[in-house]
Design a protein around this ligand. Structure first.
Ligand code: AMP
Length: 426
């Protein structure tokens, strides 16, 4: 068990990189996984994103690469989504910055040519998504004769996304290697079987499964008729201090529509869903990360991969039907010991799904109704008399206002509750 980075066997260059990244002590998965991986063992890591698992495998893998001849690919990380691959690549470039090691990224949605160049130049570590990796393998561009370590990341997610046959094809094409690492948040039987087939005498390390959200996230449910969800979201954005908001919708179409509506209100908004090209997705992520977009509207595609330090609010416009999706969504805030707020807008028809989530996380979310929001309003184009379902505690309706901030004529953004400055628990 590794208690401190300074006591580790990691090379001084990597220890410097750890200090530059601001990691003071190893997270639980790092404490358990780094030493056995340094020893060359096969490891099954039961951990989700948000636990520090990327550095848990990258640090020892980079350390081992530094002791091997350069100029050929010796480590391969396979991960399900482009965003996750990009994130791993970013962490890797940061950690390996002062080493001579080179990192290559093989993901779909961008041209093959640059990736082929990285392959020919013999990048020592490659990060890839399954489909694009297979494309390169089929064209014989990717050579793995000297592969030493294979990392299968987010194995359960690969299963969910239908990548398991691709993973089997990839593994079948790879030569025997010294070490295989498999990371997965959950261990369904198919993944356990894959692990038995692909790993040799693995050590299993497990960090507490996040069936409960990270501490530090303040959660609340906002009951609202379905047809007023957009209006309530706009109201929250206008009247609450929300420096960096990730909004989740179920479908790509509603993500696009919502992004446009919010943009028309004058907010800087990005969209992230699979109808966009890879460069568009990258621009959205980067813009949000840099703070150029205050709001990012995303489908679940972003729920796993996104790692943005400063997200202050996650708003789910629909209630996820799978409780774990809810935990993943809200895990985008409160990352790495920061804190954040997570709101879910819930229509009467979604109360059942919310109750399921509450059972899963073991607590009931406080219900919030806003006295200044008109829950009885009609939306444009809606037939007279249609008022939707009544929220549990019907609030007093206020007269409609023409001000961009109803109820706040000065136009100042007023917090619905005292603004919480960005807190980091140390
Ligand atoms: P991951 O689970 O790899 O997605 O990591 C989640 C977040 O934790 C990332 O923002 C990392 O930069 C951060 N992180 C990783 N290791 C540490 C550490 N030892 N101390 C503090 N933050 C860390």
């Amino acid at each position: 068990m590794l208690c401190s980075f300074t006591d580790s066997r990691l090379t001084p260059t990597l220890r410097d990189a750890i200090a530059r990244a601001g990691y003071s002590t190893p997270t639980p998965i790092q404490a358990q996984a780094i030493e056995p991986i340094l020893d060359g063992r096969d490891v099954i890591g039961c951990a989700q994103t948000g636990t520090g698992k990327t550095a848990a495998f990258l640090l020892p893998v980079l350390h081992r690469l530094l002791g091997l001849p350069r100029g050929t690919t010796r480590a391969l990380v396979v991960t399900p989504t482009r965003e996750l691959a990009q994130q791993i690549d970013d962490v890797c470039v940061g950690l390996a910055y002062h080493t001579p090691l080179r990192v290559g990224l093989l993901v779909g949605g961008t041209g093959m040519a640059r990736q082929e160049k990285a392959l020919r130049s013999g990048a020592e570590l490659l990060v890839a998504t399954p489909g694009r990796l297979l494309d390169h393998m089929r064209q014989s561009q990717a050579r793995f004769d000297e592969l030493s370590t294979l990392v299968l990341d987010e194995a359960d997610r690969m299963l969910d996304m239908g990548f398991l046959p691709d993973i089997r094809r990839i593994v079948a094409r790879l030569p025997a290697r010294e070490q295989t690492l498999l990371f997965s948040a959950t261990m369904p039987p198919v993944i356990a079987k894959l692990a038995r087939e692909v790993l040799r005498d693995p050590l299993t390390v497990q960090v507490g499964r996040r069936s409960a959200p990270a501490v530090g996230i303040t959660q609340a449910a906002y009951p609202v008729p379905e047809h007023l969800k957009t209006a309530l979201l706009r109201h929250l954005l206008r009247n609450t201090e929300m420096p960096s908001v990730l909004v989740f919708t179920r479908t790509k179409v509603s993500a696009r529509r919502l992004a446009r509506t919010i943009a028309a209100d004058g907010f800087a908004v990005g969209e992230l869903h699979s109808n966009l090209s890879q460069p568009q997705r990258t621009r959205a992520m980067e813009g949000f990360r840099r703070g150029a977009f205050q709001v990012l509207v995303a489908t679940n595609i972003a729920a796993r991969g996104l790692d943005v330090e400063h997200i202050t609010h996650v708003i789910s416009v629909d209630v996820p039907t799978v409780p774990e999706d809810y935990v993943h969504r809200i895990g985008r805030t409160g990352r790495a010991e920061a804190e954040g707020d997570a709101f879910v807008l819930v229509s009467p028809a979604e109360e059942k799904a919310l109750a399921q989530i509450e059972r899963h996380i073991g607590r009931r979310l406080p219900r919030v109704t806003l006295p200044e929001f008109d829950y009885a309003q009609r939306v444009a184009g809606q037939p007279r008399g249609h008022r939707g379902a009544v929220p549990p505690r019907p609030p007093r309706a206020k007269p409609a206002s023409r001000s961009p901030n109803p109820g706040h004529p000065a136009g100042k953004r007023l917090p619905a509750k005292p603004p919480r400055s960005r807190r980091r628990r140390r």
